[in-house]
Ligand binder design. Sequence first.
Ligand SMILES: Nc1ncnc2c1ncn2[C@@H]1O[C@H](COP(=O)(O)OP(=O)(O)OP(=O)(O)O)[C@@H](O)[C@H]1O
Length: 161
Amino acid sequence: MPGKQSDEEQVELGAAENKPDEDLGGLTAEELRQGQEAALALEDMMALSAQTLVRAEVDELYQQVRPLGQGRFGQVLLVTHRQKGTPLALKQLPKPSTSLRGFLYEFCVGLTLGTHPAVVTTYGIGIESTDSYSFLTEPVLHGDLISLIQPKVGTQMPSGP
Ligand SMILES: Nc1ncnc2c1ncn2[C@@H]1O[C@H](COP(=O)(O)OP(=O)(O)OP(=O)(O)O)[C@@H](O)[C@H]1O
């Protein structure tokens, strides 16, 4: 999801604006307009989020409890807020492999999608530390949908009457 590919996505968006009407990649003009609007809203959110990043070391603010998982771009830790004790999931992306723009993209897509009740909530706290960028989400401690679905089998459905 995150990473340095975001610049390329922006280039693609710019290219789409210049294409003739008949070459919309299977989209209607209205769908293309909506997509471009969403991309601009995301750019705005990324610019605002960049201005409100908390500059601190993660350990100063949060106590690490245990790792929750590892993604392609970074690790996810279960942490508690040092003052309040609130449990949170902290997604930490190392600076050597993550650009600021890549981090902001991941963070803001999370903020946007996380408003859906079926998607993990991303909280509006982005942190810039010496070696990493991080943001906080709701912790999911009882497994996600993927852990309940067996490949090529699916889930156990209750039998009908
Ligand atoms: N909020 C969360 N609560 C509990 N576990 C989580 C949470 N977020 C992520 N995880 C765990 O950490 C793993 C890595 O998550 P992460 O978001 O870094 O990568 P991903 O979305 O699985 O894949 P990608 O590498 O494409 O980003 C997940 O597969 C999941 O097991």
